[in-house]
Design a protein around this ligand. Structure first.
Ligand SMILES: [Zn+2]
Length: 352
């Protein structure tokens, strides 16, 4: 009996109507459908409007409660309609400006770190060495890496068929007399032809030798040769210069050892070693157990070399030396394999 009672029936209709209206509103996809939905429920002939009109048919005692329910439904559906209308409008705006919204700048995102480069360890060492020489009053000159045989050998007291040429495993080009320089000395000759004593120069650059790469040799490496020519230049000046360079690059604690050696374009030749920075001279793997690391060979310029450059050896004397930036960088940082410098392994390079 109760289920058949008109007011209950009316309230039940209200609940069903609400569920139905909300479901169909959620399915609306565009403005036209939204308008049709509004007409069907909230329009002048819509279901909700008609229901409200029928409230008058209820017994007077039940009208207030039913009226409140119906009004609540109407307000709720009006609100839901507004929300859906806003959502549709926003979707339309976004699809019109789709590209723009994808590129939109989100200022709340954390910044991307800027990848910062650094100087290569060899470049760092080169710069330190140039600065050290500049403080001693040297000028820095650079020359060609593809060189004439004449400058690379002949003018350096190594005429054709001279056995010393065998010490240099040379890369020759297909053009006769043209090769990749095996040392930076040819640039010293070029400068001696141009400059007149007093000369105080260093010539840094890459040199090439056709040899098997091993931990202390590579087929391309840097040299930085120095040359001083003037009146009364002696072996003492050479030793003082090398000592000062070693002090500035390796620090004041390194000991220096000088020994005689042979190089074709100097007489006498000087072999220089610094005390091993890894074992402090007691002997280790880096220094091969000797406690010494050969670093900066040099010597007094051979009179024949001076003469071939048009300098009278009776009037002027000079000294020359070679400092290998790769080797010096390796000694400075305790690197046991110079090939690491050019292997382009960032894990290695980022340490400097
Ligand atoms: Zn050592």
């Amino acid at each position: 009996m109760i289920a058949e009672h008109p007011p209950n029936r009316g309230l039940q209709d209200l609940q069903e109507l609400r569920v139905e209206a909300e479901e169909s509103l959620a399915a609306v996809n565009n403005r036209e459908e939204l308008q049709a939905w509004h007409n069907a429920y909230l329009g002048r002939r819509g279901s909700v409007t008609r229901l409200l009109r029928r409230l008058g048919e209820l017994p007077p005692a039940q009208r207030p409660a039913a009226g409140r329910q119906a009004n609540t439904l109407k307000v709720a559906l009006e609100a839901a309609y507004e929300i859906q209308r806003e959502a549709l409008a926003r979707r339309e705006r976004e699809s019109a400006g789709e590209v723009r919204s994808r590129d939109r700048l989100d200022v709340t995102l954390p910044g991307r770190p800027v990848a910062q480069g650094g100087l290569h360890p060899i470049t760092q060492t080169l710069r330190e060495m140039k600065a050290a020489f500049a403080r001693m009053g040297f000028q820095v000159y650079e020359g060609p890496e593809v060189e004439l045989d004449r400058y690379n050998f002949t003018l350096l007291n190594m005429p054709p068929y001279h056995p010393a040429r065998e010490l240099h495993d040379t890369f020759y080009t297909t053009l006769p007399g043209l090769l990749l320089r095996t040392h930076t000395s040819p640039n010293q000759v070029r400068l001696m032809e141009r400059l007149r004593p007093p000369i105080r120069i260093v010539v840094p650059g890459k040199v090439y030798r056709y040899e098997n790469a091993d931990p202390s040799h590579d087929w391309m490496f840097y040299q930085m040769e120095g040359l001083v020519v003037g009146k009364g230049i002696t072996m003492c000046d050479l030793m003082g210069t090398i000592r000062e360079l070693a002090r500035q690059i390796f620090g004041p604690d390194r000991r220096i050892r000088f020994r005689c050696d042979y190089f074709p374009y100097v007489e006498p030749g000087l072999d220089t070693a610094v005390s091993c920075m890894l074992c402090q001279g007691t002997g280790c793997r880096l220094c091969g157990g000797t406690g010494w690391l050969e670093a900066i060979p040099g010597g007094m310029v051979h009179p024949q070399v001076l003469r071939s450059c048009g300098i009278d050896p009776e009037e002027h004397t000079g000294f020359a030396f070679g400092a290998g930036p790769d080797r010096i960088a390796a000694l400075k940082h305790g690197i046991d394999d110079i090939r690491r410098f050019y292997a382009n392994d960032l894990r290695f390079l980022e340490q400097f």
